[in-house]
Design a protein around this ligand. Structure first.
Ligand SMILES: Nc1ncnc2c1ncn2[C@@H]1O[C@H](COP(=O)(O)OP(=O)(O)OP(=O)(O)O)[C@@H](O)[C@H]1O
Ligand SMILES: Nc1ncnc2c1ncn2[C@@H]1O[C@H](COP(=O)(O)OP(=O)(O)OP(=O)(O)O)[C@@H](O)[C@H]1O
Ligand SMILES: [Mg+2]
Ligand SMILES: [Mg+2]
Lengths: 225, 225
């Protein structure tokens, strides 16, 4: 379902080249539950951005369901991204002027869901994240962990084929974190591919497969395959 | 040194009042090492913002070194904040257009330190955070954990009397997180008051004293006193 072949991503700052991804080759089957770990700066977010069609590799190919995405133009990539991928960003990227409700509703509006059904689905999603009392708050009126939960609700509300989660419990206490993991793992059991970046070894052990990154390379790939 | 008396902070959203802090009374002695824990939304960041003079309470008094800060105007509060308090924000608040070096240098410039001495001190601070190779990167050219370390370096470079750290290792792998804790605890051993919000029970056990927050109140206060 997700096949990366010799993927490299190089950033240039001044005179210097940063090899954020260095010849990454991985195959991820539909419905897999994969955890990505590694030191700060090792390329985890960059890898997620490439998989999520938010960044293009400089070398190599990325096949999503046998389509060579590297050959698609931006509009086509954006279309696939919106319909097939849910992304929980490391720093959330919520729309500042919209309330929690409106932020979570956005993917449904883009998908043409009717107002009545939207209202119902957003209500359910916020309730599952224990955010019912904060539905009308804008991001600046929410705590860090509340913003994170809005970002998670937004990413999963369309039940996309692939969920990419960049440190989804980084700002959550253990209880809220476990609630979020139960929801994400519940979706994975329904067949949704779950790829999660985490710094928490305890969380990574719950995944079926674990990838370790070091300096832009996959240095380890363990778990049931 | 830090004395909060019946501190309350109420946010109003539409028709609703949110009691982010509810009659908080605490005394913190000079040089203490305090960890603050509690569920997402329990008021930890709001408490830190009040202590850091970034937010004013609606009720109660806040004495900093026996000065009733609640009676000071904004300019006076800003002066004290800049000279006495170092703040690591939950979401960093780095200046987007400045490099890592320039961001860390900012407090030194505001304090009138000479260019030569600034250069040296920033170089040391970035090296201690393992950011030497990223000195000329701007925040958008840094990973999440690299940004967090820039924020920490900026907060501690003046060795202020009080360091407030809101989840300082939230985006760091365990190794980088331990390096940061060693640096912060080293400063505490030199007499700097260290107040840290964390979701990590392991980290909170390293502190001399632990405060638990629930719904804006201090529900527990344990440790050597
Ligand atoms: N736009 C950019 N320009 C230059 N360098 C970049 C850019 N984005 C990322 N980098 C660099 O690429 C490397 C990988 O970054 P990435 O964000 O993928 O790391 P990460 O594994 O997610 O780290 P963290 O755990 O700290 O979030 C880092 O060393 C970073 O400095
Ligand atoms: N500007 C604001 N307007 C309205 N409500 C707010 C505002 N800022 C915070 N709140 C609310 O006040 C409560 C406390 O927020 P705070 O950011 O202090 O929580 P926290 O303990 O730091 O949470 P987290 O662990 O998620 O970071 C939350 O319920 C939040 O929704
Ligand atoms: Mg990252
Ligand atoms: Mg907070």
């Amino acid at each position: 379902m997700i096949r990366l072949n010799e993927i490299s991503r190089v950033f240039t700052v001044g005179e210097e080249d940063v090899h954020a991804l260095d010849r990454v080759t991985i195959d991820i089957a539909p419905g897999e539950y994969l955890a990505i770990m590694g030191p700060s700066g090792s390329g985890k977010s960059t890898l997620l951005n490439v998989i999520g069609l938010l960044d293009r590799p400089d070398y190599g190919e990325y096949y999503l369901d046998n389509v060579n995405t590297t050959e698609l133009d931006d509009d086509r990539q954006a279309f696939i991204r919106r319909h097939r991928i849910g992304f929980v960003f490391q720093f959330f990227h919520l729309v500042p002027r919209l309330t929690a409700t409106q932020n979570v509703e956005l993917p449904l509006i883009l998908a043409g869901v009717t107002p009545k059904e939207r209202k119902e689905r957003v209500k359910k999603a916020l309730a599952s994240m224990e955010l019912t009392n904060r539905s009308d708050h804008r991001p600046d009126q929410l705590s860090g962990g509340q913003r994170q939960r809005v970002a998670i609700a937004r990413a999963i509300i369309m039940e996309p084929g692939v969920i990419l989660a960049d440190e989804p419990t980084g700002n959550l206490d253990r209880t809220s974190g476990m609630e979020v993991m139960n929801i994400l793992e519940g979706l994975n059991r329904k067949g949704i591919t779950l790829i999660m970046v985490t710094h928490d070894p305890g969380l990574s052990k719950r995944a079926g497969r674990r990838i370790q990154m070091t300096d832009g390379r996959v240095s380890e790939d363990t778990g049931l395959r």
